[in-house]
Design a protein around this ligand. Structure first.
Ligand code: MRU
Length: 345
């Protein structure tokens, strides 16, 4: 792990404000649920697994700082906080999974005191964070088998340490292969419009001593054709029961290009990113972001006033374009519906 994205400080959460990277490492001390909601919404903390961790920790923070003494009212406040945090971003299922981990603790302990419930919730949230660190490590080890010495990987968005409490998902595979002594070269898509690829992936891979080259998103086709790309590794925000996968907008383009160039396309994600309740990708809720994220770039207006915009933050890659899903329990291969069921047992 090269960077701490979140730390539990008892009465506050210390989170790395990722909107300031790569220029500055700014940490925020979040003390209220409103601050955490804003941090999620504005992508100060982002990436599906990290959102799961932050979801659980948000409720732990509220449980810790809430001064209501009446057990019934205390519980009502916590349930209300779960619903509130759930409104921050809709696509990454990990956020709801993390909230649900804590909700189950509250549901399962109807008669305990405020003090006991508080302790149980904090314990559960800290376990979610610890488990994420361990899950990332396992994912990295499982995926490293895909990379031979001198592999060339193309990645999109940021599925690294910055997107988790641990060493990442897609980038954990690269870190693990690197640790095993394999030479790996990475092409990182810049990832318009919010540039997670250039601001975050390029930064953390450089910090990790990985050979990384930044490209604009529309260079991926020629890079695949001319630069010997061995595979594509990307993260995921939600995987449907049939393997269709929502990830950062532009991931679908990369998958189509990979198919044309016969480059295997792998999704790398923890099992908590699989949503068995969603039968296929058409049911995944896709977040739409405000127009200013595409009408402004480089600190100035880059589109005409009054222009119509469409700015989905994610797209869905059909399962048929995916060679495998690397998880903490191994690599899930097609047929996905069947094999996802098996791995979720
Ligand atoms: O909008 P973001 O930055 O939260 O989007 C993040 C992604 O799309 C990641 O690829 C995904 O969450 C996987 S992170 C391991």
């Amino acid at each position: 792990m090269i960077v701490k994205t979140v730390e539990w400080k008892g009465k506050h959460l210390r989170v790395l404000d990722q909107t300031e990277l790569p220029e500055k490492m700014v940490y925020l001390n979040c003390r209220t649920r409103e601050q955490l909601w804003e941090a999620i919404k504005m992508l100060r903390v982002r990436g599906a697994p990290l959102l799961g961790v932050i979801g659980s920790l948000s409720i732990a923070l509220e449980a810790q700082n809430c001064s209501i003494a009446d057990p019934k009212k205390y519980r009502t406040r916590l349930y209300d906080t779960i619903r509130y945090i759930a409104t921050s971003r809709p696509t990454a299922v990990n956020l709801f999974w993390g909230l649900d981990r804590v909700k189950k603790v509250i549901d399962g302990a109807p008669d305990v005191s405020v003090k006991e419930l508080r302790e149980m919730i904090v314990d559960e949230a800290l376990s979610v964070m610890d488990e994420d660190i361990e899950t990332c490590r396992k994912i990295g080890d499982n995926g490293a088998a895909l990379l031979k010495n001198n592999s060339v990987v193309l990645t999109h968005c940021n599925a690294g340490a910055l997107a988790t409490a641990g060493m990442g998902t897609a980038l954990a595979v690269i870190y693990a292969a690197h640790r095993q002594g394999k030479k790996v070269k990475v092409f990182a898509d810049e990832t318009r419009p919010l540039l997670q690829g250039s601001r975050l992936t390029a930064w953390e891979l450089m910090e990790g001593g990985i050979d990384v080259t930044l490209i604009c998103d529309h260079m991926a086709a020629s890079v695949m054709r001319d630069k010997g790309v061995s595979c594509v590794l990307v993260g995921a925000d939600r995987i449907a029961a049939n393997g269709d996968t929502a990830n950062k907008i532009g991931t679908y383009n990369v998958a189509v290009l990979a198919k044309y160039h016969k480059v295997p396309f792998y999704v790398v994600a923890p099992l908590s990113t699989i949503d068995p309740a969603i039968p296929d990708g058409s049911h995944i809720p896709i977040e739409e972001r405000g127009p200013e994220e595409i009408t402004h770039g480089f600190g100035k207006r880059t589109a005409p006033h009054g222009i119509k915009t469409f700015s989905p933050a994610f797209d869905v890659t059909p399962a048929e374009l995916i060679a495998g899903i690397v998880t903490e329990k191994g690599i899930v291969r097609p047929p996905f519906r069947q094999n996802i069921k098996k791995v979720m047992k």
